[in-house]
Write a protein that binds this ligand. Structure first.
Ligand code: ADP
Ligand code: MG
Length: 598
């Protein structure tokens, strides 16, 4: 079953860009067909007009025998035809763009949903700005292509063939003459096209770099100011900016050649037609009417080629954008539910790490340095276990393995005896609450930020959680109470307040397993004391893993594990470890003397 799934995914990837692109039209067939019918009508009008003119010239416009009534009736019909063509133009512009935007929205929905699926290791390696660019700029070109592409190709081919057949019928020698210039033009178009797609890809990359630079600089604006490094930031930015100018210039150079070349071909066609018709007229083999009609046809002949050329430009841009879009879509999440994953329910909270080894992936996808090696740790339900040790020892890593933010390299982790790889991610993560040092608040009201712990919570439940997390009073003092909007990163809240918001979230979530990762490290002792009360309330009856920098906060834990780069080196209660006089005692004494000196 799993193999089949993987296989179908692989063939999916092998499908050419065009086929994948075309699939996006499927839900919008109605719009697409209306758009195309209008486009067809426009082509028909364009092809018929010279024919109608020819008919009028030949049959009614005679000085000796004027034929007013049918002539003006025919002209009236022409006006009607052009009114209808105007409606068609309106429809194509309006509905066509709507079609493009609908397709863009579908693609953006897909890519956004996919981004939600990708795991920690993907976000470790990606730059936010570049991702942003893929969801916005890249897709804009795709929209343009989605809308104009099929329509332009369709109108062009119909008009081109229609005009050619009409010209053959009127004066085949001139028609043959014109058709022979077409291969030359096509050769020219093809030659520049490859160049154009390469340069347009570079432009896209340039835009992505700029976006990433801007994103990084804006999020780091405060650091830049603190170090008065604004001019350094500007210099750094200028690098990306000049790469952008260079690639855009290369692109415009090709575009210049393109437009100039196309114009040359069009003008030459005009001259050729005049030259050869002149010859035929002088030899008495053709009349003036035919010349006029042919001159009218030249535009129906060159416009499609011009359109196709524009299309090839658009195609290059759009496909480059689409390719980057599919690249992102094809990045498979490294951690997914197993095919027969069960739902983890009625969790007691017995946790066991068995012979666990783990290493982070480097940028080129290798896993070299092991952060954890052959680690064993057993935690019984309801127990509070503290992890202490030097920073960089792998405490956070250990905690991130439990909700499967990263996958273990070796060994296994079980919750109530179930290997975490055999249960669904959603059910596993629903049962684990994490409070970290760095709290992210969404740009929304404080109430919605708390609600994030349980989207279905009622206001009443939110208030209760806030009270339990000791943040209620603070919120009541805010200008709009629970409806106060907190900034993108919760700028208006202090560190301690943000911390308590995140505790309130966990109260709402109410998971049987709790992880507190240096949750109080950034806070002063007075605030910490307040939050510790909330934590004690929170961890009651839950299996709790606490990481703390200050040993004073973990002394009440049932067991304390000392972790350094060798793994767990000591374990026991506070008193036991002190008595043993090992690593823990060293840490303890170091901190005590540190605080005494302070
Ligand atoms: P602790 O929480 O004990 O301070 P961590 O678990 O955060 O330690 O880090 C352990 C080691 O793993 C460190 O050497 C750190 O540089 C590395 N590390 C942490 N997070 C990542 C990551 N996302 N990608 C690569 N290496 C990481
Ligand atoms: Mg840490």
């Amino acid at each position: 079953m799993g193999e089949i799934n993987k296989m179908s995914k692989r063939t999916n990837k092998k499908q050419s860009g065009i086929v994948r692109f075309a699939r996006y039209y499927k839900p919008h067939m109605g719009l697409f067909m209306t758009d195309m019918s209008c486009a067809l009508f426009m082509s028909i009008v364009d092809i018929s007009y010279p024919l109608i003119s020819r008919y009028a010239l030949n049959n009614y416009l005679n000085v000796s025998m004027p034929n007013y009534t049918p002539f003006f009736m025919l002209m009236g019909a022409c006006v009607l035809l052009y009114i209808l063509r105007t409606v068609a133009t309106y429809t194509v512009t309006y509905l066509g763009h709507t079609l493009g935007v609908s397709i863009e929205a579908d693609m953006r929905r897909d890519v956004f949903a996919h981004l939600q699926k990708l795991g920690f290791s993907f976000y470790d390696k990606s730059r936010t700005g570049k991702l942003l660019s893929r969801c916005t700029n890249d897709l804009f070109d795709v929209t343009e292509l989605a809308h104009h592409g099929p329509e332009d190709v369709f109108i062009s081919i119909v008009t081109f063939i229609g005009a050619f057949v009409a010209m053959l019928f009127i004066e085949w020698r001139l028609a043959m003459l014109l058709i022979f210039t077409v291969p030359l033009m096509l050769l020219f178009v093809m030659k520049l096209r490859t160049h154009m797609s390469r340069t347009s890809r570079k432009v896209k990359e340039g835009v992505a770099i700029i976006n990433a630079d801007i994103e990084s600089s804006i999020s780091g604006a405060r650091v830049a100011k603190a170090f008065t490094n604004e001019s350094y930031e500007i210099e750094k930015f200028e690098k990306g900016n000049s790469i952008f100018i260079r690639s855009k210039r290369a692109y415009y150079k090709t575009m210049g050649m393109f437009h100039a070349g196309m114009e040359f071909f069009t003008s030459i066609m005009n001259v050729l037609v005049l030259m050869f018709s002149g010859l035929l007229i002088m030899k008495g083999k053709m009349d003036n009417t035919t010349l006029i009609v042919f001159l009218l046809y030249i535009s129906s002949f060159t416009n499609p080629i011009r359109k196709l050329a524009a299309f090839s430009e658009q195609y290059a841009m759009g496909m480059a954008g689409f390719k980057r879009f599919t690249e992102l879509l094809d990045t498979e999440p490294d951690i997914m539910d197993a095919d027969n994953a069960e739902t983890l329910s009625d969790v007691k909270g017995n946790i066991e790490f068995k012979d666990v080894s783990f290493a982070y992936e480097t940028v080129d996808g290798e896993k070299i340095k092991k952060v954890l090696e052959h680690l064993d740790l057993k935690i019984t339900a309801g127990e509070t276990v503290a992890l202490v040790g030097p920073s960089g020892g792998g405490k956070t890593t250990l905690c991130h393995l439990l909700p499967r933010f990263y996958e273990v390299l070796d060994g296994s982790i079980t919750v109530d005896g179930h290997d975490i790889r055999d249960v669904t991610l959603a059910s596993l993560r629903k049962n684990i609450g994490i409070v970290q040092q760095d709290v992210f608040l969404f740009a929304a009201s404080i109430k919605d930020n708390i609600r994030y712990g349980n989207i279905d919570a009622t206001d009443e439940e939110i208030f209760r959680a806030a009270v339990a997390a000791e943040i209620h009073d603070d919120i009541m003092r805010m200008p709009d109470g629970y409806d106060t909007i907190v900034g993108e990163r919760g700028i208006t809240l202090s560190g301690g307040q943000k911390q308590r918001v995140s505790i309130a979230r966990i109260f709402l979530k109410n998971p049987p397993i709790l992880i507190l990762d240096e949750a109080t490290s950034a806070l002063d002792s007075a605030t910490e004391a307040r939050i510790t009360a909330a934590f004690e309330r929170l961890s009651k009856g839950r299996t709790t893993l606490v990481i703390a920098h200050r040993l004073s906060t973990v002394r009440n834990a049932d067991r304390i594990a000392v972790i350094d780069d060798r793994g767990i080196v000591e374990m026991g209660s506070h008193d036991e470890l002190l008595q043993r006089g090992g690593e823990y005692k060293k840490l303890h004494d170091a901190q005590n003397s540190f605080y005494l000196i302070k």
